[in-house]
Design a protein around this ligand. Sequence first.
Ligand SMILES: [Zn+2]
Length: 720
Amino acid sequence: MIKRKSVFFLTCLLLLAGAAQAQVWPWFNWTILPSAQFDEIVGEASGDTAWKTIMEIGGYAKDRPAEEFKDLFYEVKYVLGQLRKYGIPGAEVVKFPGGQSWKGILGELWEVAPMRQKLASYLDMASMLASGSTNADVKAELVWVGRGTKEELQGKDVKGKIVVAEGNLGAVHNLACAQMGAEGVIAISTSRNTFDPLQIPWSGIGGRGEAPAPAKFGFWLPFREGYYLKERLLRGDKITVHARVKSQTLPYEVQDVTAHIPGSDPNAGEIVFSAHMFEGLLKQSGNDNSSGCAGILEVARTLNTLINEGRLPKPKRTIRFIWGPEFSGTGPWAKANKAIMEKTLCNINFDMVGEWLSRNYSFMSLMRTTFGNPHYINDVVENYFRYVGETNREKLQNRGNFPYKMSRRIVAPTGADEPFYYAIETHYGASDHEVFNDWGVQVPGIMMIAWPDQWYHTSGDHVDKSDPTALKRVVAIAAASAYTIANADDDMAIRIISETASNGTRRLGHYLARGFEDLNNSEAKALADAYTAARSYVEAGLINEKATLDSVMELAVDKTRVGAHITAMKRAVEAVGQAELAALDAQMRAVAGRLKSQPVKLVPGALEMKAAKIVPRPTSKVKENGYQGYRDLINKVPEEARKKYAVPAQAVDTLELSRLIDGKNSVLDIKKLLDAQSARKSDLQQILDYIEILKLAGLVEFRETKAEPLTGRSGQLRIS
Ligand SMILES: [Zn+2]
């Protein structure tokens, strides 16, 4: 009787989850904000304005004048000027200590015999001169060395000559120049040469002390031009060139620009936008990341205009903006603004958002937070992504419905009239949202990024690959997301809770699918492991979904009312998860039947028992010194202890492990939460070891509980 009842319950819930997954219909799409407000934002957001900003600050790569190093950098001045022109409050430049930067002055590579012709010039393309190159005035013969590997260089007389190679300029330089006495390197770029034979990677020869011997010089040739040189050398032509290089090293300071749109209640929290303005001072690129800088500038202008003109009510919460060098600018800023970080609810980071999507074969992607930073920001942004994506492609059902084939067409006047190719993805770091997501900061941050980018990190990354339509759409999505949160009252909090809950049931469906597949693909002897893993995905998903629902509480004024709704939705999500665990049990039995083996009986081992009872809790020292500040304490743990509890760098994602320590997750939960987000399985003992180091560093305390794996917070292991 109990069994039949639960199967019926399961069927209902899975149908519910299925409905949530197919949440997109050709005739029904929705936004969290009332459509009148969203329309106002879409109308005001100008992709063309953002495109022009890219043109201004990253339209092409130029030789940055030495004077800029003594004053404000060009991009900094431009963004600051626009913020002031737009009348956005608090616009200022904040400076932090910088370092030394290599800067090219002259880079001329001429063939002098048998022909006289220019092969490369720093003035033609700044990326042609490898960064780190040092002064030279050399006439030398060229030698073809293939890919310039150790094997290919062996036996070749390169001393006093300039080697020509296809491959990694820095690596060839280290072998041929530093070890074998060559005068310099010419490298032929092969990156994406079948797509665009004109692009050159931004790279150098480690002129900042990284090379094993003093750096000489390197020139890059694009594939198209390099091909001619290669063919001539392979024919046996003797070619002599004259290389002239001048460079200097200049001190620089880190310059950030910030501004904010003040909310009506300074205690209600803030939202922070970020975009890296530099990636080194040499590389100046259109989409990476002038587009992000232009994008958040246009978000600022759009919201400020709408609020000032009374077209949107003044929000309760402040919306802040930061532009600066990737990590090296946002990191110190977050560290220096601890009080702001304490009251900041979430971060939206733009890194490469201007791509003309079809030309790049690209998807505009929402990179969610990890389980270590559960937050409703994911669901708020996803809502607008989905809305714009689903209403900006022609659907077969709508084919006869002109002029409403695209049900809510959002296109910039000079931009592409193409679908919004979008993707909702799991977390990826490597940009400034990681400053906010850091254990020492704990402001959940998402990234919006177009990927792939066919001109990424090359000389081809210019504004001609950017699209005003893509920019208009991301600006509208991000502005709507930030405004939703900034202006959220209790009713809006409840609206967000429902969005998170329905998305949560869909995500749980994905964990179930992964669990089913682990079981389906298992062999008899591995079935117990497969079953444990399958359950752990759903259990981890459940922990994350419930924590995400809890995160909405920070918006509540009437905590009782909003809290009651969170509890109700957590109960619904829990019921779906429990039904899925029952489904996994049924699947495991079916698979065991096929494999002619016994159904799995899960019996926790001593280590699982131990891990289930330990609930580590972060101490106040974790956030005391802000971004990455806790690292100093880890480094101070005695060498002996660090050796004893050493965890191989690739074995466990220690960054995420640390973030999962919240005083609620047991160590066994943490393992599940790590494994559900990764292709690899972490080792429970190694997790315990790393937590031991954190404990010795004073960053973590233990709370022993009576919980057992069988009765843990998500019904972890269960004898079936
Ligand atoms: Zn970037």
